[in-house]
Design a protein around this ligand. Structure first.
Ligand code: ATP
Ligand code: MG
Length: 151
């Protein structure tokens, strides 16, 4: 398994529901390290560019409105197989299809208001990390960073 970086966003509904601690505990107890973090409110242009791949989809306008509706927490996660591992921790896009115990199964309201974003592949992870962070804002952990199994 390779050490990877992936971009995570705790979306406006996740921040509004006070889920930052719950979500970050899930990441850390699964062996992911939070190596960059930034709270911000996206403006429409940023949200449009970030979700550009969906611009022809019928939900695009609503998605941009939702993603700009309040502050988000944008983070870089690092660890073995981080991209797929984060997607597993998040659960399926539609909470009705999300596996029990995942963030979306536990907390998402709908296929749109689904609490978290995670990069879906190595190339998108690179693009999305660079979208929000300069390399000097990212702080990789030493290899021996430990996982918390104790809570
Ligand atoms: P994300 O990219 O946010 O991690 P994802 O990869 O699981 O989620 P995508 O297909 O990339 O899902 O869709 C991006 C986001 O657009 C979803 O997370 C959700 O907020 C919204 N979305 C996706 N499909 C729909 C839909 N059918 N109706 C409304 N909103 C949707
Ligand atoms: Mg996606």
């Amino acid at each position: 398994m390779a050490v990877e970086r992936t971009l995570s966003i705790i979306k406006p509904d996740g921040v509004a529901k006070n889920l930052i601690g719950d979500i970050n505990r899930r990441f850390e107890s699964s062996g992911l390290s939070i190596i960059a973090t930034r709270m911000m409110q996206l403006d429409a242009r940023e949200a449009e560019r970030f979700y550009e791949v969906h611009k022809e989809r019928p939900f695009y306008r609503d998605l941009v409105r939702y993603m700009t509706s309040g502050p988000v927490l944008v983070q870089v996660l690092e660890g073995d197989d981080a991209i797929a591992l984060n997607r597993d921790i998040m659960g399926a896009t539609n909470p009705a299809d999300a596996a029990p115990g995942t963030i979306r199964a536990d907390h998402a309201e709908s296929i749109e208001q689904n609490v978290v974003h995670g990069s879906d592949a190595a190339d998108t992870a690179r693009r999305e990390v660079a979208f929000f962070f300069d390399e000097k804002q990212i702080f990789s952990r030493p290899a021996q960073a430990t996982r918390h199994d104790d809570r």
